[in-house]
Design a protein around this ligand. Sequence first.
Ligand code: PFF
Length: 467
Amino acid sequence: MSESTSATRGSAGGQSGKRGLWSSRLAFILAATGSAVGLGNIWKFPYITGENGGGAFVLVYLLCIAAVGLPIMMAEVMIGRRGGNSPVKSIRNITQAEGLNPGWRLVAAIGVLAAFLILSFYSVIGGWAISYVGTAASGALTNQDADAIGAIFSGLLASPGTLLLWHSVFMALVMFVVARGVRSGLEKAVSILMPALFVLLLVVVGYAMTTGHFGEAVSFLFQPDFSKLTTKGVLVALGHAFFTLSLGMAVMVAYGSYLPKGISIAKTSILVSIMDTVVALLAGLAIFPIVFANGLEPGAGPGLIFQTLPLAFGQMPMGSLFGTLFFVLLIFAAWTSGISLLEPLVEWLEEQKGMTRRTSTLAAGLSCWLLGIASILSLNLWADVTPLGMFSMFEGKTIFDLLDFLTANILLPLGGLLIAVFTGWFMSRQALENELALSSGSFSLWYNTLRYFTPIAVAIVFVYNLI
Ligand code: PFF
């Protein structure tokens, strides 16, 4: 972990010393992991696995991480380090240096837009986690049955005022850190919070093992039953691979721009992907035994962890304490991801509109907060409003569902596809070789995966689902 940390110039535009760099390889890994590990791992992965029938879906998801996500993560970090600026400018620097069409910077613009849309509903769910800290701490979960716990959750969703309060608090937390610049506070926070989250997850997995339904959960997660896999499931797995690794959104480009030269992009990306995957699988192993032990429905949807984990905590010795801690850590996981979602837009406003960091944080954060209100209302007062319901693909989708679907299943794969094409087919091979500094065998594997497999796989899944 002690590789070079001196500020050196990138080759296409350059990392200016003024922006500063991560203090170490570990700092980058923690920040990138902080962005990757979030609600996507602990909240979303278990419920989409439940909705899509388990094992076969998990297998496709793992394949998507390894064969699509990882190569794109390496490409994004590499573009960031080479361009050395905000995502839009980094891509422009590279196109200038290599004589390519400057229009490629639109790829980063799609990413910035996707990140903005995601944060609007991500913050609402971050708000659920904040609300559950109070619920757990008050002892309200102790010795309740599944129905009572379910009623607490539906009660929360039915009250726009409470949701708005916690959504506002979450967004304020994100804006507070972003306004101050992410690195000094963030680096320190993630280095304590990420390991703590990991340990607590292990504690819940330990409890889940005592429910007597651990084996059932293991087979549900790891025994593929392909009859349960639908084409929609494949799209969801692909979209989630992008979501969970924070790809297609220029976030890894932004973080890569602070990565000192001499640090291996491949090794760090592999490590971040592994940690992200381990956390998701642990979340599955923590949650499904409790689901099965209590006769709950694995396909219960977005409320899954808010209905299962509280049951477990309610029955554990010192459950209020563990429950409170768990939701606090869930907030931190979401917080570090939320910060990385706001960062690209703020950077862009600073650069393009010449705003100060504070003003741009305020402008971006408040707009995002405002859009979040639509998601809140779609959980209660607007539950029947389905704006694009006339298209079969969007049938029955509320604003909240639509934002989730449009970003994870359309914008992110599209952004990732374009990144793969830009890197694999347009950037010079020499530049890539220099930046990645891999052995020729590893380089070829990455390069050919990125040129052929990744774009074709994403395009097929994508087009198939649009049709
Ligand atoms: N990767 C985060 C998660 O799994 O919760 C969500 C996320 C963060 C997505 C940052 C995209 C992003 F740019």
